[in-house]
Design a protein. Sequence first.
Length: 454
Amino acid sequence: MMARLGIVWRLVLILLAALILVQMITTALYFWRREQAFDARLRSPIADQVAAMASLVDEADPLEREVMLRAFNSQDLLVSINAERGADLPDGRPLRPMEGRVRAELPALTPPRLVVIRMETDIEQSRRLPVLSRLFAGKVAATVGLADGRYLHVLADGDLMPRLFGLQPGFFAGVIGFMVALLVVVLFTRESKPLRHLARSVQDFGRDAEPRPVKEAGAAEVRVLIRAFNDMQGRLAELMRNRAFILGALAHDLRTYLTRLRLRAEFLPDAAEREQWIRNLDHMGRMVEDSLTFARVSFGADRDARSDLALISRREIEERRALGLAVTGSIGPDAAPVAGSETALARALANLVDNALKYAGGAEVSLTRDGKFFILAVEDRGPGLPVEARAQLAQPFQQADTARTKGTGAAGAGAGLGLAIAREIAAGLGGALELGDRPGGGARILLRLPAISP
C-alpha cells in the first residue's frame, strides 16, 4: 500500500498521523485531568502539605483541630487524627526523600517523631504500565506523630505528580508532544533516505563513470526516479565503453598505417622533404595517442593505485633538464602520497609542462600542501590565458592561439587534449584543475589532488 503512494502523500500521512496522535493524547489527558481534578489550594507538593498540617495541628487545641480537619479534607484528600498509629499501606512503596523532608520541617521530639509516607498504585495497572502507573495514578498515605502522642493520618488520592513534585499533566503533554515530533523527524528522515543514496550515487557516477545501481525504495515517484537513473547510468557506461573501444580500434589501425608511412618516408631521396614528412607523421602519432589517452582517462581513474607525487614531479623535471629544456622546480614535501597510477599522474604533469614550454618557452614547477590537498603548480612567463577562453581550454580539442606558440607552426601545435587529459585525471581522483594568471604576467595552472595516508 505504502509503496504505491507518492512522496507527497506519504509525508502528508505522517504529518496527519502525528497530529492525530498528539490530539488524542492531549484530549485523553484533559478528560483524565477533569475527572481527577482537585482544589487549587491543594496543588503544593505532598511533603510540604503534610509538614504544614502537622505543624498547625501540633499548635492547635482540640476545638481548633476539628475546624482544621474540615478545612483539610477534600475530594482527593482525607485527613484524620487518631490515637493509634494505624496500619500502613500493605503494598505501599516507601518514599524516603519525602519522609526526610517532613522531618526536617517539623520540630524535633523525644523520642523521635514518627514519619511514614508510602505510595500505592493499582496492582493491575502497575503490571501493565509500571512507570506510568507510578507517575500518574495511585494513593499516597502519610502518618506523622504529633507532640501529644497522637497521629496525623493523611490519605491523598488522584494526581500524584502534582502532589509529589508539583508538576502538572500539561508538562508531560509537552514532553509527549516533543517525543512525537522527534518521531516525525525520524520518519521524514527515513523517507528521504533513498533520495540521499541516489544523490550520492549521482556524485560518484559523475566522478568516475562507474555504474553503481541504487536499490529501489521509498515512494512511487522515488522508485521510478531510481529505476530511471539505474537505466541511464548503465546506458551511459555502455556508451563510454563503446567509445573507448572504437577510439582504441581506430588508434590501433591508424598507428599501423602511420608506421607504414613513416617507413616509406625514410626512403625519400630529398632530405628536407623526408624530415618534414617524418615530423608531420610523428605529430599525427602524438595526436592519436592523446585521443586514446583521453578516451581511457575519461572513463575513470585508478583510485586503488598509490603514487608519490613528489617523486613523479622530480623525475619529470630532471628528464626535461637532461634534454636542455628550461624547466625549474621547487618540490616542498619529501613525499606526497596521492591516489592514482604513476603513468596517469606523470602524463598529467607532462601535459602541463609541455604546454608551458610550447607557449612560453619555459616552465616553473612547484609542489606544496594545503590542508588535505597537494597542489602541483606549473607557471610560465608567456602571454597567459585569456579569461574568456579558460572555460573552453580544458575541454577536448580546444587550444589557445597557435600564433603565440614557441613551436614550429602546425607541426608544433597539438590536438588540444593536454589540459583535457589533465582535468579528467584530476577529476577522476577527486581533485581539480584550475587555470589562472601568474602575478607579474604569465599563466598559472594548478593540479589539486587529495592527500592520502602513506
